[in-house]
Design a protein around this ligand. Structure first.
Ligand SMILES: O=C(O)[C@H](O)[C@@H](O)[C@H](O)[C@H](O)COP(=O)(O)O
Ligand code: SF4
Length: 605
C-alpha cells in the first residue's frame, strides 16, 4: 500500500533537497563495498594483532574471508540503568555467532551519559556533545576494519543517535541495534512528579523525595517514561534497525535473551558473504527517516529528536528540516498516551499492543512507507507483530492484535487522542523554535505574558523559592545554546513552573536550551535559533517585554516595536562559569564549532 499523498510529497521534497549529498554519500558507501570483505585488505601483522586473543578456531576463521565477523560496539556502564544489562551481552552474542558459524568480537566501547544523573548538574553541559563523541568513539572501534557487520548495544538519549551516526558513517556494513529493554514499572511517573512539586514547595523533605525517586527508578532497564531513550527504541524499530518486537521487552528475561541471540545471528546473515546483503547506508533512506518522524509524532516522542534525527539523517547524506518535521506533525495523529503525554508507562504501552499495533495502525492509514528495507528483510509490514518466546527458546512472532488492549493508552487510527502530532516548529521575530504540544493542555497552546529574563536555570529556581514568580510570565532562559554552554536540558525547571501553572498562572518557557523528553506539561518554546551567543534576537529581550507563544499559529513573537527592538544592544553576560569544571574545559573546542540547533547542533557537520 502506498503512503498517503501528503507523506509521499514531503518524502519527495526531502529526496530532491538531499540529492547532491545523498548521491555523494552512496558513492562512498558503494566504493567501500566494492573493496570486498574487509579483512582481506589487512596485512598479516594487522590480522595477527586483530585476532591475537581469539581461539585457534576463530583465528583460522578470521584469517580467511569466508566466515563473517561481527563487530560489537557496546555502551555498557553501571551509571545508566538502561545500559547495565549490556554487561553480559558480548558473551551471549559471541555464543550466538559461533552457533551461526560466525565470529564476534567487541570492536570497542563508547561513553554513555545518564541524563538523569546529570540533570540540573554541570555534567549536563557535556550531554549533547556526547552524542557526537559517541559517534567518533564507535568509529574508532569499527576502524579496525575486521568486520562484516556490526551490532550496537545502546539505548539512551545521546547514545543511540551517536551510534546511528556511526552506523551510517560505516554504511557499507550491515548494522543491527540491540536494546536491553525497559525497567519494570515502579512508582508511577505522575506520582513521582507530584512529590517533586511538593518538594519544590517545601511541603515534603529530601527523605520523602529520595524515597519516591528510588521507587520510580528501582532496577535495571530503561526508565519507563516516554522520554528520549524510549523514543530511541521506537525509532530503531520503525526505521528497521531493530528486530521486530525488540524494543520493549524487559531485561533479564528469556524473551529478551532470545531477541539478542536472534539479532546477532541476523546480523551475520545479512553480510556481503550471504545472499541478503543489507548495508546500513542503503537500508536507511529518506523513507526510513520519514517513517521515524511519523512514529515520533504518533507517540508524542522527545523534542530532542528535532536535533538528533536531523543529525542522524545528515550522516546518510539526507537533509531533514524542522519544516519537514512540523508539516508531518500536522498530518500524523497522536495514538499513544505515555507519560509525560499521559499516565501510562512504556510497559503499559507494550502490553496494550506496543510497536506492532502502532505500526499496523499507521500502515493502515498510509502514514508509513511500507516499501522500506530493514534488518529483518523487505517491508515494514513484517513489524506488525507481537513477539513471544517459542518452546524451543527462540522468538515467535504472532500478528499484532486488531484492537488495542488498552484504548486509553494506545488508540486505533480511527480514534486518535489528538488529530495532529507532538512537535511543532515556531517562527517569528525571535527566530525558530520547537514546541512539544502533545503533553500540553489545549488551553495552554497560546500564552501571551510579560518576559522575565534569566541567564541560568538556578536563577529561576531561586526566584521561585523567594516567592517572586507568583504571576503570569514567560520565563526567558537564554545563553543555553550549543555554543554557550553545550545546550543542556533545563528539565529541573518543570517542577517550579508546574507549581505556578497549577496555581492558575499563565506561564511558559522560551529558551535556546533544551528540555528533557520527559518534560511536558508547561508550554516551552525550546531550541530557539539563532542562539543568544550567536546574535540571536533572544539576547535582546528585556524584563517586561510582552511575548506571545502561539503553538496553533506556529509563531513565537516579542511584541515590541521592531525599530526599537532592532536598535537594542544584545545582553553580554559573563559565561566564564561554564568554561571549567567537571570536564567542561575539555569541550571548549566543541562549543566553538557547534552547529545550529535546526541543523542538529552537531560538531560533525
Ligand atoms: O530526554 C530525556 O528523556 C531525559 O534526558 C531523560 O533521559 C532524563 O533522564 C530525564 O532527566 C529523566 O527525568 P527526571 O530527571 O525527571 O528523572
Ligand atoms: S532514560 Fe535517562 S535517566 Fe533513565 S537510564 Fe536512560 S539516560 Fe538515565
Amino acid at each position: 500500500m502506498s503512503a498517503d499523498s501528503r507523506i509521499e510529497a514531503i518524502t519527495r521534497r526531502i529526496v530532491e533537497r538531499s540529492k547532491p549529498t545523498r548521491e555523494a554519500y552512496l558513492d562512498r558507501v558503494r566504493a567501500q563495498i566494492s573493496k570486498g570483505v574487509h579483512r582481506s585488505v589487512l596485512s598479516c601483522g594487522n590480522l595477527a594483532h586483530g585476532f591475537a586473543v581469539c581461539s585457534p578456531g576463530d583465528k583460522a576463521a578470521l584469517s580467511g574471508d569466508q566466515v563473517p565477523n561481527l563487530g560489537i560496539i557496546t555502551a555498557y556502564n553501571d551509571m545508566l540503568s538502561a545500559h547495565q544489562p549490556f554487561e553480559t551481552y558480548p558473551a551471549l552474542i559471541r555464543k550466538a555467532a559461533h552457533e551461526a558459524g560466525g565470529v564476534a568480537q567487541v570492536a570497542g566501547g563508547v561513553p554513555a551519559m545518564c541524563d538523569g544523573v546529570t540533570q540540573g548538574q554541570p555534567g549536563m553541559e557535556l550531554s549533547l556533545f556526547s552524542r557526537d563523541v559517541i559517534a567518533m568513539a564507535a568509529g574508532i572501534g569499527l576502524s579496525h576494519n575486521m568486520f562484516d557487520a556490526a551490532v550496537f548495544l545502546g539505548v539512551c538519549d545521546k547514545i543511540v543517535p551517536g551510534l546511528v551516526i556511526a552506523a551510517l558513517t560505516f554504511g557499507h556494513l550491515p548494522s543491527v541495534f540491540i536494546p536491553a529493554g525497559p525497567m519494570t514499572s515502579g512508582l508511577p511517573n505522575d506520582e513521582k512528579s507530584r512529590i517533586r512539586q511538593l518538594y519544590a514547595e517545601g511541603k515534603v523533605g529530601r527523605a520523602e523525595l529520595l524515597e519516591a525517586e528510588s521507587k520510580s527508578y528501582h532496577g535495571p532497564g530503561t526508565c519507563t517514561f516516554y522520554g528520549t531513550a524510549n523514543s530511541n527504541q521506537m525509532l530503531m524499530e520503525i526505521m528497521g534497525f531493530h528486530m521486530p518486537g525488540a524494543s520493549f521487552i524487559n531485561p533479564n528475561t528469556p524473551l529478551r535473551d532470545a531477541l539478542t541471540r536472534e539479532a546477532a545471528k541476523r546480523a551475520l546473515a545479512i553480510t556481503a558473504l550471504g545472499n541478503e546483503f543489507t548495508p546500513a547506508g542503503e537500508m536507511i533512506d529518506e523513507r526510513s527517516i520519514v517513517n521515524g518522524v511519523v512514529g515520533l509524532h504518533a507517540t508524542g516522542g522527545s523534542t530532542n529528536h528535532t536535533l538528533h534525527l536531523v543529525a542522524m539523517a545528515r550522516a546518510a547524506g539526507i537533509q531533514l528540516t524542522w519544516q519537514d518535521i512540523s508539516d508531518l506533525s500536522d498530518i500524523i495523529p497522536l495514538l499513544a498516551r505515555v507519560y509525560p503525554n499521559g499516565l501510562a508507562d512504556v510497559n503499559h504501552f507494550h502490553a496494550a499492543g506496543g510497536m506492532g499495533f502502532l505500526i499496523k495502525q499507521l500502515l493502515k492509514a498510509g502514514y508509513l512507507h511500507d516499501d522500506v528495507r530493514t534488518v529483518f528483510g523487505q517491508g515494514l509490514a513484517a513489524y506488525t507483530i507481537d513477539p513471544q518466546l517459542g518452546e524451543d527458546g527462540t522468538v515467535v512472532r504472532q500478528p499484532a492484535p486488531e484492537e488495542s488492549a488498552d484504548p486509553k493508552v494506545l488508540s486505533r487510527i480511527e480514534a486518535p487522542f489528538q488529530p495532529n502530532g507532538g512537535l511543532k516548529m515556531l517562527t517569528g521575530n525571535l527566530g525558530k523554535a520547537v514546541i512539544k504540544i502533545s503533553a500540553v493542555k489545549p488551553e495552554r497552546h497560546v500564552v501571551e505574558a510579560p518576559a522575565i529574563v534569566f541567564h541560568d536555570q538556578q536563577e529561576l529556581q531561586d526566584a521561585f523559592k523567594a516567592g517572586k514568580l507568583d504571576r503570569d510570565f514567560i520565563a526567558v532562559v537564554r545563553f543555553q545554546g550549543p555554543k554557550s554552554n553545550g545546550m543542556p536540558e533545563l528539565h529541573r525547571l518543570t517542577p517550579p513552573l508546574g507549581v505556578l501553572q497549577d496555581r492558575g498562572h499563565k506561564v511558559a518557557l522560551v529558551t535556546d536550551g533544551r528540555m528533557s523528553g520527559a518534560s511536558g506539561k508547561v508550554p516551552a518554546a525550546i531550541h530557539v535559533t539563532p542562539e543568544a551567543v550567536d546574535g540571536g534576537a533572544i539576547a535582546k529581550i528585556r524584563d517586561g517585554d510582552m511575548i506571545r507563544l502561539d503553538a496553533i499559529a506556529g509563531t513565537l513573537e516579542v511584541l515590541v516595536d521592531a525599530a526599537e527592538f532592532a536598535a537594542r544592544a544584545p545582553a553580554t553576560p559573563d559565561l566564564s562559569g561554564n568554561e571549567f569544571g567537571l570536564g567542561r574545559e575539555l569541550f571548549a573546542p566543541l562549543r566553538r564549532v557547534a552547529g545550529a540547533a535546526d541543523m542538529g547542533a552537531s560538531v560533525l557537520y
